[in-house]
Design a protein around this ligand. Sequence first.
Ligand SMILES: [Zn+2]
Length: 49
Amino acid sequence: MREIVKLRCTKCKKTWYTTTKNKRLHPERIEHKKYCPRDRVHTIFKETR
Ligand SMILES: [Zn+2]
């Protein structure tokens, strides 16, 4: 039951990463701090669908 979700940078609003998660275990939207190639810093990435 793992589904692919997209991770969008909250700063430049672009999708740079995808990840998988179990929506049954984690129905909430996930947040990750990742490196954004455009902003050249680590930013908060939020799940989009
Ligand atoms: Zn960005």
